[in-house]
Ligand binder design. Sequence first.
Ligand code: GAL
Length: 661
Amino acid sequence: MSLLPKIPHVLYGGDYNPEQWPEEVWEEDVRLMREAGVNIVTVGVFSWALLEPRPGEYVFDWLDRLLELLHANGIHADLATATASPPPWLAKLDPESLPVTREGVRLWPGSRQHYCPSSVTYADAARALVEQLAARYGKHPAVALWHVNNEYGCHVPACYCDQCAAHFRHWLQERYGSLDAFNEAWGTAFWSQRYGDWDEIQPPRAAPAFRNPSQEIDWQRFCSDALLELFLMERAVLERDAPGTPITTNFMSFFKPVDYWKWARHVDLVADDEYPDPAEPSSAVDFSASCDLMRSLGSRAGWVLMEQAVSAVNWLTPNVPKHPGKMRLGSYQALARGAEGILFFQWRASQFGAEQFVSAMVPHAGTSTRSWREVVQLGGELAQLDSVLGTQVEADVALLFDWESWWALEVPGKPSPNLLLPDQIKRWYRAFWEQNIAVDFAHPEADLSRYRLVVAPNLYLLTDDAASNLERFVDGGSTAAFSFFSGIVDSRGHVRLGGYPAPLRKLLGIVVTEFWPLPDDEPCSIVLGEQRYACEHWRDWIELEGAEVVGTFADGWLEGRPAVTRNGGAWYVGTRPNPGATAELVRRLATEAKVASSVAAPPGVEAVRRSADGRSLLFLLNHGSQEASVEIAGEQLDLLSGAKHSGRVVLDPFGVAVLTT
Ligand code: GAL
């Protein structure tokens, strides 16, 4: 069982931009693609200006020849709809099709992604192009997947022009029905903000001081929905005119502007672009988190790593290359965590244009290079891994994560400026990662019955449905842990009254009566058992209402007061514990919830199991620059090396093993 019916293998390839090269090079490209085991390439992402050089005048002969060439060589296409970057003529035709920043600056052509999501001119031109592509290539044997647009929201997640203002008002009317309901939801009694007419409402453009938080949250919802409308417009054309071929678009990990829970329902498979910084030591862990998010967004049906760098990119400071072995290691990380395809940006390094210095499968220096050899090696290995297809990671733990809560949490004007959701998620995620405990991400309103333990880092915005979902979860005998500043506001962004976190107060057996955020230089610690640990940023003033104390603050005005509590299966952590304390809490929660590690591995070795129908594959990934030895049960076969191991496996620095019995 594979994600794409036309390719019953692990997908391998990358973005292919043949329009940057003379056609003689294409022949060499496909020869090298075959050498590297490439079975799919993403074509046409930035080809609109070539496919439609003048309004309504389409030129497809080059793409016809290219798709034929790929097909003749057994390579499939992930065919892009090419709508991510409009040609310069669109801006000339209608300058209002260009996006406008919060400060009122119009963004002009010359780069990419310069379109206003509410522009009818843009949408009409995009629709017409997709209709042409669908009619011409809908039945083409090379086309295995449709790639709609590219990285929605990248560069221009929001536009503040008048067309968007009108679109926003319409969206608000649909959401609230009446002006009274709208005014109530936005709390416009505050600061003389009451609106007497829909036409008075504006996007959150540059303003003198803090904006209305409810306006900010709705604006983020609207911006994500406006992009989704564009995706759905293209999707509808493809479904109508080119039925039968799966449709996707590429996500961007924990990308704040777009609510992927909402989007994931509309893609046939989840695809993701990932660029972990090779110079950043924590990036391997963060990358695993992104992979787990993608698996979860795709309801554990498998996902595709649509883009990653072979080595360096050109937008970090500095752009450090990947150490030999690290591209392979990262690729297996994705595979271990549910990916069924490993693709790159891009196939051949560009000679010109803004991405001249982004690495590629075929580098400027050609094929006598270590990076090409690594590309060929990986392609050869993945071709042997059909047995991975259809297996999946089974996690007993879920981290609750909700885009709406993220948006609401990070609207300025909070008790502390240090409330950044990714930081909180990463701190908890790392503790599970280091203990090799598999974790899914879940929306707070999702069915949680498959999990034994859920952890909610800073779940600031909590709906009534989510609160009852969590109550049911704990009442059913499972364990849930909430970190500070959770359950504070409702979906409008209004504070829930009656002591924090009001909707969880009974469940947790506590009430928080005051927040005590910490200046960065003020030390703070908690005591858990016999051990004292540092904590950061935040302290809650907790009053007990039936909960027992697990940990206490050890200094300052709150010395001796509860810091960590539990009420049966419902735990509460009223501060940001340091990594050591978070690890200790995770150990206790895992023991309590009877959740086990995949395998006992030394520090720096990531162990993840994928399984299905009696098949079980254990991925061991050594992130260290020294050999690592891992104890295993009985005799196991490494699918990569073909070696049989008994009792233990020794992994090279950055080495990988995929074991099966
Ligand atoms: C991605 C994008 C690609 C390319 C790549 C370079 O965000 O989708 O088109 O620009 O980055 O790192």
